[in-house]
Design a protein. Structure first.
Ligand code: BGC
Length: 773
């Protein structure tokens, strides 16, 4: 745990330069706009610990797999999120001395991520070896209005000298991924050009052939007035720059404005991409920095209007939730159905791929409640479009007849993760994709989605489950052997309760969805079953049989479901028995020791009880929670949020709060000692769930009715959150005295609060208050 970042409701603040944590701060202070983004690194040269990272959405590299023993069925590559051209760089040299915060004395340092307005600002005084003191104020953002643009205002003021200062803004495409398997470079240069105060470079990825055009344009102001300058163009391989020499007087501020654009061939024809980059550049330079900043502030204000969660009385909790909401909005905007939400977003390289089960299991509900309905729909359509690849993936493993196994990690629908225990065995991901369809349809009421896309995916996933189980003569039940559940600290187990349950549930839901689509849109249904050769009677009968006869391990005496067969043979002990200094166990124990231990990485049985809570009574949840939570090390970022929601439901308020803080401040406090690799973006959606579903008690019932049962931790004064629901925008405000629901839409909405059904009139004027029981 680290506590060097200041608590503040709207900003992430680093005062004093913490060199030792610089890579952590860079992750936390990342900027993005759904289209491109990067880590909060310095513009000027920095010879200390840093991971310079800039990423362009959807642009990846298939890095050749590196494994010890090749196994049939492994994918050929691991899709790397590609570190792209560095567009932020501005070198500063004063009389042959370079500005480098690693080699000079740093005073009055402050790095601030302003989440309310969407920019990163840094100021400091650098005392160079020569004794020269230079004041710097740098502000930059990735525009969410012009989403191919990023801009920087980099202001320098000599405090105790007059000098010629050389400023070299550049674009550097000679970038390597730190996590490259064979230390190769992934980019080739296509063309480059430089002009007065500007430069453009076009790079192409090896193998995948993505083109990215990056451009920069530089303007200089002294004492607030734009000045002409001499610029010397510089070109090296994959590198373009302009060297600008400026006379700077003591006390005079010189501001360098660096405008940048990043265009990718996902959106432009490679033949004209450079031309388009010029057009984009003209567009933003015409607007200018101040106007762009104003628009950025306005756009963020609009986002916060529908997204914000306000916690009164606990600044650490407030900052945590806003940080999570901010990063999620920076990562994915839902405007492009080809994109998805990588576990690290634009904040780091580790993990590769852009899509995990995290999207469906954790992120979908966030976007469903905070963005236009089409955003969540796009996330589902993304998987629909990849169904063909999921069927191919299953075929490679020996499945047939249209069975689909979605990949554990993917960029384009192909599996690109290669550890057998995950690639082949962590098949529960298929269930989460089916569950997301259910979640979306219930929340949005958009049943037509099933007819248009959903049912086809459900049938394909169900076909997989039907083939993946086998009949056990000994048990006289269906079993599923050789799997890894969500808890990755167990591999190759038989009858993981969660996987068996979600498989049976998918089959059940598919049977229901068939009936629904048949009556809703018989023509589409007929067309679909013909196209995919669905033998309705036979396939549904098999599905029904598996549903009825699926083996679900349990211990009746304890009243708990068993994570897997044989779980009780383990030496059961609580996490508190792990000797001090040995956590996280994944950084201290051998894999063998972890696998044999009872310790659980993340919610597994409890993940099932979370998804399917209506199918279990509260006492069952309590028994399972009491049994499993004490053995859970929460070493996946996805873990604490589920536990927080369940603890809320069980009235274990202290536990819920402890788990909430752990998820909300996971990266801010670097709980798992791994934030330097990037932030845990997907689990941030889990944080939101911990507030809205946990403290807010929000649910949508089988009848489609929205309900809330809010409370908040005892050290809070109030909690207010907004959600969108079927065209309405609602705010739920809970204070010590009452719960108020405001409906900002024009139509009244019927919902239940603390068990009481009410109708809240629209137009934002009606306020219904309750005294909590
Ligand atoms: C978790 C997985 C998750 C992945 C990406 C792993 O540590 O165990 O459940 O999908 O991280 O977030």
């Amino acid at each position: 745990m680290k506590h060097y970042l200041q608590h503040d409701p709207w900003c992430i603040v680093e005062t004093d330069f913490h060199r030792e944590f610089n890579e952590v701060t860079e992750s936390v202070m990342s900027l993005g706009n759904g289209r491109h983004g990067g880590r909060g690194s310095f513009e000027e040269k920095y010879s200390g610990k840093t991971l310079q990272g800039n990423y362009v959405a959807g642009v990846y590299y298939p890095d050749k797999t590196r494994v010890g023993w090749w196994k049939n069925g492994y994918p050929e590559y691991f899709a790397k999120v590609l570190n792209a051209a560095n567009w932020i760089g501005i070198d500063i040299d004063i009389d042959y001395e370079s500005l480098d915060l690693n080699t000079c004395e740093v005073r009055d340092f402050r790095r601030v991520l302003n989440m309310q307005e969407g920019f990163l600002e840094r100021e400091f005084v650098a005392v160079l070896k020569s004794g020269k003191e230079l004041k710097v104020n740098a502000k930059r953002f990735c525009s969410i209005v012009d989403d191919e643009a990023g801009v920087i205002r980099y202001a320098i003021t000599p405090l105790n000298f007059d000098a010629k200062i050389t400023v070299t803004p550049y674009i550097d495409g000679a970038i390597r991924n730190r996590d490259a398997n064979y230390d190769e470079t992934f980019w080739d240069e296509v063309r480059k050009e430089t002009g007065y105060g500007e430069a453009f470079i076009e790079l192409r990825t090896r193998k995948t052939g993505f083109h990215v055009a990056t451009g920069m344009c530089v303007e200089i102001e002294q004492d607030g007035v734009k000045v002409d300058y001499q610029s010397q163009p510089i070109k090296y391989e994959k590198y373009v720059a302009n060297r600008i020499s400026l006379d700077c007087r003591q006390g005079q501020e010189t501001a360098v404005y660096k405008y940048a654009v990043n265009l990718s061939s996902l959106n432009y024809d490679p033949d004209t991409i450079i031309k388009e980059a010029h057009k984009s550049m003209q567009h933003i330079t015409r607007k200018g920095f101040e106007k762009m900043l104003l628009e950025q502030k306005q756009a963020w204000a609009d986002k916060w209007k529908t997204n914000d969660i306000v916690i009164d009385g606990d600044v650490a909790a407030q900052q945590g939730i806003r940080f999570n909401i901010f990063q999620l909005n920076q990562t994915y905007t839902g405007e492009d159905e080809r994109l998805n939400i990588g576990p690290k977003g634009f904040t780091g390289e580790k993990y590769g791929g852009s899509t995990y089960w995290d999207t469906e299991a954790y992120c979908l509900p966030f976007y469903l409640s905070t963005a236009d309905q089409k955003v969540a729909r796009n996330l589902l359509v993304y998987r629909y479009r990849q169904l063909g690849k999921a069927i191919e993936n299953a075929q490679k493993l020996g499945f047939r007849a249209g069975a689909a196994l979605y990949p554990m990690v993917t960029m384009n629908g192909e599996e690109c993760h290669n550890e057998w225990e995950i690639t082949f065995e962590e098949i529960h991901r298929n269930g989460a994709i089916a569950y997301a369809i259910f979640d979306y349809v219930r929340y949005s009421g958009d049943e037509q989605y099933l007819a248009d896309y959903g049912l086809e995916v459900l049938i394909a996933i169900s076909r997989f489950w039907s083939q993946r189980v086998n009949w056990s003569a000994a048990k006289q039940q269906y079993v599923m052997l050789g799997v890894t559940g969500p808890n990755e600290y167990e591999n190759n187990v038989n009858n993981n309760w969660y996987t068996n349950y979600i498989a049976a549930w998918t089959l059940r839901y598919t049977i229901e969805a068939v009936a629904k689509v048949k009556s809703l849109d018989p023509t589409k249904y007929a067309e679909l079953i013909d196209r995919i050769h669905f033998r309705e009677e036979k396939e549904l009968a098999t599905a029904q049989q598996i549903v009825e006869k699926m083996y679900l391990p349990e211990d009746r005496e304890r009243g708990v479901y068993l994570q897997q067969e044989g779980f009780l043979d383990k030496d059961l002990m609580p996490v508190s028995d792990i000797p001090k200094g040995q956590r996280p166990i994944n950084q201290n124990w051998s894999w063998d020791r972890i696998l044999r231990s009872c310790f659980i990485k993340q919610a597994d049985v409890l993940q099932g009880l979370y998804f399917f809570e209506e199918e279990f009574d509260t006492e069952t949840l309590r028994r399972n929670f009491d049994f499993y939570e004490p053995m859970t090390v929460h070493e996946s970022s996805l873990s604490p949020c589920v536990h927080s929601i369940q603890a809320s439901k069980l009235g274990m308020h202290d536990k819920a709060y402890e788990m909430y803080l752990r998820t909300a401040r996971l990266d801010l406090d670097d709980y798992n000692n791994d934030t330097e690799d990037g932030c845990h973006i997907t689990s941030m959606a889990g944080t939101w769930l911990a507030v809205v579903k946990g403290f807010g008690g929000m649910r949508v019932g089988a009848d489609g009715q929205l309900s809330f049962s809010p409370y908040f931790p005892s050290n809070w004064q109030s909690l207010a959150f907004k959600i969108r629901f079927q065209g309405s925008l609602l705010q739920v405000t809970t204070t010590q005295q009452n719960v108020a629901v405001t409906n900002f839409s024009s139509t009244p909405i019927r919902l239940s609060v603390l068990g009481k059904v009410i109708t809240v009139a629209g137009e934002g004027e009606e306020l219904v208050a309750f005294v909590p029981q």
